[in-house]
Design a binder for this molecule. Structure first.
Ligand code: C2E
Ligand code: MG
Ligand code: MG
Ligand code: MG
Length: 268
């Protein structure tokens, strides 16, 4: 009915209006300058084997080194996704990560790809151009994609196949927090599942929450085995969590226990 429609459009207007609040306008402009002035920096967090904690690579995580202090990606990635600035940020991070993987012997490097980038026509072609320009061995690169990027499963499958045929690896990030069907997902050409930190967090706690986290992670690792993909547990903070993850045969671990995201040492 009409009143309801009016109500909806009013609510919609408010959401749209909020996006243009003065704070966001200011931040959008600042982010624009950040990209131009080189205030964005790529930090790297180590990823180790669960069996013996050998370093096998790093995840690239963007930071905004703002004159007033460091701004976390949680604070500017969502805004950058709304404004489209994520396309520039993503291109910068991918190129830097590819260069560092190629020249700094830091192992395999994972790069986060946002839905907005992934859905761009010609995204795989852009990745191909970066591989060519930097000369990196594609085998050293992993692209992390979240389930929410894969909502259009058919098109997503085609893009993933194009990316895969470039020789890069593909990981599903924040696994277990989305709502995609296992059927659709198990047919995707991904090689790695990243178990979301929300599961790791409760691991090793006393009581039912700890037990449940362990069993859920065990189930994810079993599923990964059936899909013939490897697993990375995010957010590993304690030796007990690392021991439990090794016991359930998770492949790789990432978390503050092994190292926080940090810049690479400066070259002299
Ligand atoms: P993510 O890809 O799931 O990355 C893991 C996040 O968990 C990182 O947060 C990392 O610092 C944090 N983390 C790792 N180990 C631990 C731990 O042991 N304890 C705790 N409490 N946290 C841990 P960060 O760097 O703040 O990034 C947050 C999110 O922002 C990322 O989640 C990713 O979705 C997004 N992001 C970061 N860099 C980029 C980028 O270059 N491009 C895009 N599109 N997204 C990015
Ligand atoms: Mg990630
Ligand atoms: Mg993640
Ligand atoms: Mg996460």
């Amino acid at each position: 009915n009409r009143a309801k429609q009016a109500g909806y459009s009013y609510a919609y207007f408010n959401v749209a209006h909020d996006r243009r609040n003065p704070h966001d306008i200011e931040k959008t402009a600042a982010l624009h300058h950040a990209i131009e002035r080189g205030e964005l920096q790529v930090y790297y967090q180590p990823v180790v084997t669960a069996s013996d904690h050998r370093l096998i690579g790093h995840e690239a995580l963007v930071r905004w080194n703002r004159p007033g202090g460091m701004v976390s990606p949680a604070e500017f990635i969502p805004l950058a996704e709304a404004t489209g600035q994520i396309l520039n940020i993503g291109a910068f991070v991918l190129r830097q990560a590819a260069l560092d993987a190629h020249t700094r012997r830091i192992g395999r490097v994972s790069v986060n790809v946002s839905a907005r980038e992934f859905e761009q026509p010609g995204y795989a072609e852009q990745v191909r151009a970066v591989l060519e320009e930097t000369g990196v061995d594609p085998d050293l690169l992993v692209l992390e994609i979240t389930e929410s990027s894969l909502l259009n499963a058919e098109r997503a499958g085609a893009v993933l196949n194009d990316l895969r045929s470039l020789g890069v690896r593909l990981a599903l990030d924040d696994f277990g927090t989305g709502y995609s069907s296992l059927g659709a997902m198990s047919s995707l050409p991904v090689q790695i599942l990243k178990i979301d930190r929300s599961f790791t967090r409760d691991l090793g706690r006393e009581g039912p929450a700890g037990t449940r986290a362990l069993e859920v992670i065990r189930a994810i690792v079993t599923l990964a085995g059936a899909m013939e993909v490897l697993t990375v547990a995010e957010g590993v903070e304690t030796p007990l969590q690392a021991a439990l993850l090794r016991e359930v045969r998770c492949t790789f671990l990432q978390g503050f226990l092994f190292g926080r995201p940090a810049p690479l040492p400066a070259l002299d």
